[in-house]
Design a protein around this ligand. Structure first.
Ligand SMILES: [Mg+2]
Length: 270
């Protein structure tokens, strides 16, 4: 549903000659970028992590999301602390537990990491109780919370927002209900004082975030090892400079695919 919905928007925008973000409202023409990194890889330690983030800083990036939850709280604290020290105090730093913790560990970990000036803690709680239990965590942490990348409809997203615990909603337009569903959710989020900050897929989400006021940051991966698509799939895509993604006036999504790479990666449906 998501990709077909996006393709239909692309066609509608092209017929009007407008880029998607302007077709949807055109609140701004650029959006801040956050780089996700810090995956747990065998044989890689804190030194590698710091080296990796220094590489991104040298490329001009100034917001980062790092994985947590794969080790004990103290070991994770040391990883995030090393990154905070390497990037300095003014860089935005998010942490993503990818549903690794129970409530008790999430409270412990979030309080341990509070002094590292964390912009948000994402998906702190295990999948089997990741909505209602957020309320208990919220009462016991001072770090803002993010979640919603696994929700597939606006009803699921609404339930998450009704906890009052979610400050950033990471609902995806590409993998689930499409642009149409995403925009309905963004409207509800605006009434709940929740920022929209969708999970990954910057080629689509940058347009959506630039189209309305409660768009926070777009996520990208700046390493071809983690995301060959961003680096190989497009002959034309938005430019990222100094941690800001810039949109232009190309009608539609503004993308051109590299046909060779499309053949290599795509699945033919017909
Ligand atoms: Mg995540």
């Amino acid at each position: 549903m998501g990709p077909i919905d996006a393709a239909l928007y692309d066609i509608m925008c092209k017929s009007t000659g407008l880029p998607l973000y302007k077709f949807l409202g055109g609140y701004r023409d650029s959006i801040p970028v956050c780089v996700t990194f810090g995956y747990y890889r065998e044989g890689k330690g804190i030194t590698d992590l710091v080296e990796e983030v220094r590489g991104y800083i040298n490329q001009g990036f100034n917001a980062f999301k790092i994985k947590v939850g794969g080790l004990g709280v103290e070991d994770d604290y040391n990883r995030v602390k090393a990154v905070r020290e390497a990037v300095g105090p003014s860089v935005r730093l998010m942490i993503d537990a990818s549903q690794a913790w129970d409530v008790e560990t999430a409270i412990l970990a979030s309080n341990r990491m509070y002094d590292l000036n964390i912009t948000w803690l994402e998906e702190p709680l295990q999948w089997y109780d990741d909505v209602e239990a957020l309320k208990k965590l919220k009462l016991n942490t001072r770090i803002p919370l993010a979640g919603g990348e696994r929700e597939i409809t606006r009803w699921g997203a609404r339930q998450l927002m009704e906890t009052g615990a979610v400050d950033f909603l990471t609902f995806e337009a590409d993998a689930h209900g499409g642009i149409t569903e995403w925009r309905k959710i963004a409207g509800t989020a605006s009434t709940e004082h929740v920022w929209m900050s969708p999970h990954h897929q910057p080629v689509l989400h940058s347009h959506l975030l630039a189209s309305m006021p409660n768009g926070y940051i777009v996520e990208c991966v700046a390493n071809p090892l983690y995301d060959p698509f961003w680096f190989e799939l497009y002959d034309r895509k938005p430019k990222i400079e100094n941690s800001v993604l810039h949109l232009d006036d190309t009608p539609g999504l503004g993308l051109e695919y590299n046909q060779k790479k499309l053949e290599q990666y795509a699945t033919k449906l017909i």
